[in-house]
Design a protein around this ligand. Structure first.
Ligand code: SAH
Length: 250
């Protein structure tokens, strides 16, 4: 059993409305041996309904970390997976839970792995999905594709366990790459920096930047930036910022 992998899986529930779903998710997690629960700005929490639905998984519930936004929830992760009940306008690599977890268990990923779950009524926003490297869709009846939130967590947590039970992947095993993958928080700051710089040089219109920035995000999510690459890109952006400031001063 690769418990180390299960320990690195972080279930992130974004703006959950029903406390019962938070409890149900905690129970689903504990059944499958997961423990990292992050709650992004939940409507009602703590709540007795959450505790009741968690049954004996109140330790997972009590250990839940409440954060303000998705950015804070993905700090310390090197893979961010967004779950979605339907397809979006800009297609991202869309995988089923098994394929996603097969990728997550790869020794390339040594930090935490965040799996984002959306709001009961509206799912994840396009901006939140653009922060993810992979989009996960649980195959369903196309005419009725939206699972209950806690049920979706159950399916994904089950696939995590199946992988952890399979061939044990040694995390220490070198993946043949010379640098660790970048922290998702640093990648997010790089994207924000890039958006600002691109607006300053009029490459994008800050009033209408969406498509170009989303496509850039998709490109970088395909590459999977490492620490050094993020630092080179930040250095490059800093130089551009300085050159622009110098030009303006002249
Ligand atoms: N009406 C929303 C559905 C939200 S369901 C929408 O159309 O997007 C609440 C959450 O459960 C989703 O954001 C997602 O995290 C998860 N979920 C539900 N069904 C899913 C599916 N088939 N595949 C992956 N995640 C799913």
């Amino acid at each position: 059993m690769n418990q180390a992998f299960l320990d690195r899986v972080r279930i992130v529930l974004v703006n959950t409305t029903h406390p019962g779903n938070i409890g149900g998710a905690a129970r689903a997690m504990k059944n499958m041996g997961l423990s990292q629960l992050y709650l992004v700005d939940p409507y009602r929490y703590p709540h007795e309904e959450a505790t009741r639905r968690a049954s004996n998984a109140d330790d997972v519930l009590e250990g839940a970390v409440v954060v303000k936004n998705v950015q804070a929830a993905i700090e310390g992760c090197d893979l961010v997976i967004g779950t979605s009940a339907r397809e979006r306008r800009i297609p991202w690599p869309l995988k089923d839970p098994r394929a996603c977890m097969a990728e997550a268990v790869s020794p390339r990923h040594q930090r935490n792995i965040a799996i984002l779950f959306g709001r009961e009524h509206s799912g994840l926003t396009n901006e939140e999905l653009a922060m993810c490297q992979l989009h996960l869709h649980i195959p369903t009846n196309p005419d009725y594709s939206s699972l209950n939130l806690a049920a979706a967590v159950q399916v994904v947590a089950y696939e995590c366990r199946m992988l952890a039970q399979g061939e044990t992947v040694e995390v220490s095993e070198a993946s043949g790459w010379d640098m660790p993958l970048a922290d998702a928080g640093d990648v997010e700051r790089m994207h924000q920096h890039m958006a600002n710089t691109l607006a300053t040089i009029n490459f994008i219109d800050p009033a209408n930047p969406k498509q170009a920035l989303t496509r850039l995000r998709r490109m970088f999510s395909r590459i999977r930036l490492d620490e050094m690459e993020v630092s080179i890109l930040r250095g490059m952006l800093n130089r551009i910022d300085k050159a622009v400031a110098r030009n303006k001063a002249d």
